[in-house]
Write a protein of this length. Structure first.
Length: 291
């Protein structure tokens, strides 16, 4: 048996509860911890909150579990739960850094929370395969927009911000799309701030507090999606559509990574930072297409 075949078999056995050895348990945990650390890094450097990393990882693991009939919904819900902690931790870490752009954060938080509730409720009424397709399409559109439209790779001179009405409308749309797909909101707020002349490091930092209301509202909706906390859900390690075991393992890896990677914010050249943002989106798109 090749290494890749052994890895797939190991994941399948662990996911289904047929764990044969301590070594297999540790191997499965190591996979989640590794990707958890990656979510911590992307939270700090890109403001993702972990969504673009956790969705593919939890989705791939959920497809191996015979008891999960809606792996994409579980992935999105679990991603939202991870983002609650990651976004809050990153926001606290950046609180005194001067990088949080309050001119964007304050007017957007309320509308983003409202949109998050709408998006999470809507996702519960859409077929699992449709959510996955929309996730991939959204990534492709975001990548093309960032590459082809001016203002992301090299931001323009700061321009006037949207008016109050425009920000409220944008906030509702950001919250709805972010919670529907479990991606936080940075994939919309970061490009918006970049085109307003904001440095990449500041845009990524400011995306975290804007991801927090999305994550909190979406997690609450998804947790109640299957009737809330039930004995059967808890025995399976789930609360509604949220996979508690995956969430805990990912957070164990992400929190130390957030504390460490915050030291590198501002050190990376702005254009390199922006290119890395797009590159990560390309990797996630590829993974989701293959999965």
């Amino acid at each position: 048996m090749s290494d890749s075949q052994w890895n797939v078999a190991n994941l399948r056995m662990c996911a289904s509860g047929e764990i044969a050895t301590v070594h297999q348990v540790l191997h499965y945990a190591l996979i989640l911890l590794t990707f958890g650390a990656l979510t911590g890094v992307t939270t700090v450097l890109f403001g993702f909150g972990g969504g673009f990393v956790t969705v593919p990882v939890v989705y791939a693991a959920s497809t191996l579990r015979p008891d999960v009939v809606d792996p994409m919904h579980v992935a999105v819900a679990s991603s939202a739960a991870v983002m609650v902690v990651n976004s809050l931790s990153a926001t606290v870490a950046f609180r005194n850094s001067g990088r949080l752009r309050t001119e964007y954060i304050r007017p957007l938080i309320g509308p983003v929370a409202v949109g998050a509730g709408l998006g999470a409720v809507a996702a519960g009424h859409v077929d699992d395969a449709v959510v996955r397709i929309l996730f991939v399409l959204y990534l492709v559109v975001t990548i093309l927009d960032s590459l082809l439209r001016q203002g992301f790779l090299t931001p323009h001179v700061p321009r006037d911000h949207l008016g109050p009405h425009g920000l409220r409308t944008a906030g509702i749309g950001i919250g709805a799309v972010a919670s529907f797909l479990g991606v936080g909101g940075s994939v919309m707020t970061v490009p918006m701030m970049r085109r307003g002349g904001v440095p990449m490091a500041d845009a990524a930092a400011s995306a975290n507090p804007l991801s927090l209301p999305v994550a909190v509202v979406a997690t609450a909706v998804y947790a109640a999606a299957s009737g809330g906390i039930t004995a059967s859900d808890l025995s399976a390690g789930r609360v509604g559509a949220v996979d508690l075991l995956a969430v805990c393992a990912l957070l164990v890896g992400s929190l130390p990574a957030i504390a460490l990677s915050r030291r590198f914010v501002g050190v990376i050249p702005d254009r390199v930072h922006a290119c890395a943002y797009i590159a990560l989106l390309c990797v996630v798109t590829t993974v989701m297409v293959i999965a």
